[in-house]
Design a protein around this ligand. Structure first.
Ligand SMILES: [Zn+2]
Length: 174
């Protein structure tokens, strides 16, 4: 479980060490990441997001993240939860298409498209909501194995240790 959103936030900036993911168990793929933790102070609630320039601790690429306040991060998450609920509702509502419009096989094609898009979008929103830590930029809040990853950390303990960074990112099947 990710650490709670706080004003002062230990944050790990890490670099993906492989191009291809390795199968880690029968249904997941993981990438190894290495990096270090930083203590980041979020802007006050109601203040605009601030820029946080940092160099990748592995490859020294300059990275520039946008850091949102605690309230803004909660808002971003709740918008995505709402997006998830609406998308799933549209997807499930699609099953009623064959009953409310007349016609031949076309109505079933329309049903499959709406159900597929709605449920697909719902899972995307779910992933975005779960991954959003209020950091934006360089794919930070994207639910994928980006080259540079920003995730919340428990503390500054064990910087660089395999248990802190080596477990990588597990991508469940979608
Ligand atoms: Zn890097």
């Amino acid at each position: 479980m990710a650490p709670p959103i706080g004003q002062k936030q230990w944050t790990s900036v890490s670099h993906r060490m492989q191009f291809w993911g390795r199968p880690s168990s029968f249904d997941t793929v993981s990438w190894g990441y290495e990096g270090r933790n930083y203590l980041v102070t979020r802007p006050e609630d109601g203040s605009p997001a601030r820029h946080w320039p940092v160099r990748c601790p592995v490859c020294s690429t300059p990275l520039n993240y946008t850091v949102h306040s605690v309230a803004a991060t909660r808002r971003r998450r709740s918008h995505r939860w709402i997006g998830m609920v609406v998308s799933f509702a549209i997807g499930l509502g699609g099953f009623s298409i064959p009953f409310i419009i007349s016609g031949g096989d076309v109505r079933f094609i329309i049903m499959f498209i709406i159900v597929g898009l709605g449920i697909g979008a719902g899972f995307l929103f779910l992933q975005f909501a779960a991954h959003d830590a209020g950091f934006a930029g360089h794919g930070a809040s994207w639910p994928s194995a980006t080259k540079h990853k920003v995730i919340l950390a428990e503390s500054d303990s064990r910087p660089g240790s395999p248990s802190a960074f080596g477990t990588g990112l597990d991508v469940p099947p979608s």
